[in-house]
Design a binder for this molecule. Structure first.
Ligand SMILES: *Cc1c(COP(=O)(O)O)cnc(C)c1O
Length: 417
């Protein structure tokens, strides 16, 4: 059988085959679901060897590979998915989790220890914000927040004054729901500045909004990239999952943590995601095409105030060169302010028909929600205002529907106010 060289091809060409050998599965074109908790060893000696490798008691010999042991440690569906997902980011390895929050919190727990300082961007996804502002302090970890647009010098001085032991820089870019962007090259310079030869400061990026198709943070200096795979990667609003990708050493550590916490995903969800990856690029491209048209029309609508969408950035905006450098598309998320207050925003949301009133994003169907009172309900109002949220803001995740049908729905709902 001819071996496909994965080096030369683009990820979308490899999503139907990479990591699956039909010879291992009764010649099936598609990987079957390995719905099993445990795997049979050929001999006791083999079982002993697999455990030595799995628990790092011995190094693998040249060409030796870890066999299947038990589905909390490894499972073919997870391995195929992880190999394919890693291709998009150009990552050496990837770990898939039972949710985006499981991926994020496991990365924190594995890499941070008491006394460390976590520098994080704001705003963040509501769940991550809750975890950072309310929970990590129980583990003796200090946190410091910064906003996009703050100067490198300012941030550096704040870290020095705080005398913390900076260990991780964590950003979500573009931000949810305000579409502000962080300069990853600046974050990388900060990480390098505070790194020592024994203790490297790790740059971690939540790439859920733009990845993995339109942005690859590892190429801009990030050490790890995180996903809620519930969103674009799953893409059909029918599963919850997460992922972390990066170099083999860090992912190996994080997989070790996952083994003992047991928050990997199951084989069925991994299989669904493997199926989703085949259409990832075509879905995201159609979503972005729809979003570009809707954003332009929303901006001209008499009932709409500010539109938060990367494609509307002006060339004179200091964020524009960062946008051009880090992203290959404007994405498919739009936030916009209704002229009015929460009442008017609710009226629009209550009158949408094709577009569903629901949180989450990245699925094939368009969804609308009210960030101030829903996804970010938990963030203190004053802090929300300071970060650019308004009560009249609606967040729209644009799906793959017909563009004119989407616009008809939006414009009739806007017509109700
Ligand atoms: C949804 C989301 C998460 C959390 O992921 P879950 O799969 O819901 O656990 C984290 N970050 C971002 C940006 C998200 O949109």
């Amino acid at each position: 059988m001819s071996v496909i060289s994965s080096k030369k091809m683009q990820p979308e060409s490899l999503m139907m085959s990479h990591g699956h050998n039909p010879e291992n599965a009764e010649s099936s074109v598609k990987p079957p679901i390995f719905q099993t908790s445990t795997f049979v060893f050929e001999s006791a000696e083999q079982g002993k060897r697999f455990f030595q490798l799995a628990y790092g008691l011995d190094q693998a010999a040249e060409g030796e590979r870890l066999g299947n042991i038990y589905s909390r440690l490894n499972n073919p569906n997870l391995e195929i998915l992880e190999k394919r997902l890693a291709l998009w980011d150009g990552a050496e390895d990837c770990a898939v989790f039972s949710s985006g929050m499981a991926a994020i919190t496991s990365t924190f727990f594995e890499l941070l220890k008491p006394g460390d300082l976590l520098l994080h961007g704001a705003p963040l996804y509501g769940g991550t914000d809750h975890f950072i502002t309310k929970m990590v302090k129980h583990y003796g970890i200090d946190t410091l927040e910064f906003k996009s647009g703050e100067s490198e010098d300012e941030i550096r001085q704040r870290i020095t004054r705080g005398q913390g032991n900076l260990k991780m820089i964590y950003v979500e870019t573009p931000t949810n729901p305000t579409s502000a962007i962080f300069d990853l090259e600046m974050c990388k310079r900060l990480a390098d500045h505070f790194s020592t030869s024994e203790d490297k400061v790790i740059l971690v990026v939540d790439n859920t909004y733009m990845g993995p198709v339109w942005s690859q943070p590892l190429k801009h200096g990030a050490d790890l990239v995180l996903y809620s795979a519930t969103k674009y990667i799953g893409g059909h609003s029918d599963l919850i999952a997460g992922a972390c990708a990066g170099n083999a050493e860090l992912i190996g550590q994080i997989k070790g943590f996952r083994t003992f916490v047991g928050n990997m995903t199951d084989s069925w969800t991994a299989w669904l995601m493997t199926r989703s990856l085949e259409t990832l690029k075509v879905r995201m491209e159609q979503q972005a095409r729809n979003a570009a048209i809707l954003a332009q029309r929303l901006e001209q609508h008499e009932k709409v105030g500010k539109v938060y969408y990367l494609g509307l950035l002006q060339e004179s905006d200091p964020a524009y060169p960062i946008f051009k450098r880090q992203y290959s598309s404007s994405g498919a998320m739009i936030s916009f302010d209704i002229k009015g207050s929460e009442d008017e925003a609710f009226k629009v949301l209550d009158n949408l028909n094709l577009i569903k009133l629901a949180v989450s994003l990245g699925g094939t169907e368009s969804l609308a929600e009210h960030p101030f009172s829903m996804t970010h309900a938990d963030v203190e109002s004053k802090r929300k205002r300071n970060l650019g949220f308004t009560e009249r803001m609606i967040r729209l995740s644009v799906g793959v529907e017909n563009t004119e049908d989407l616009w008809d729905d939006l414009s009739q709902a806007l017509g109700k106010i």
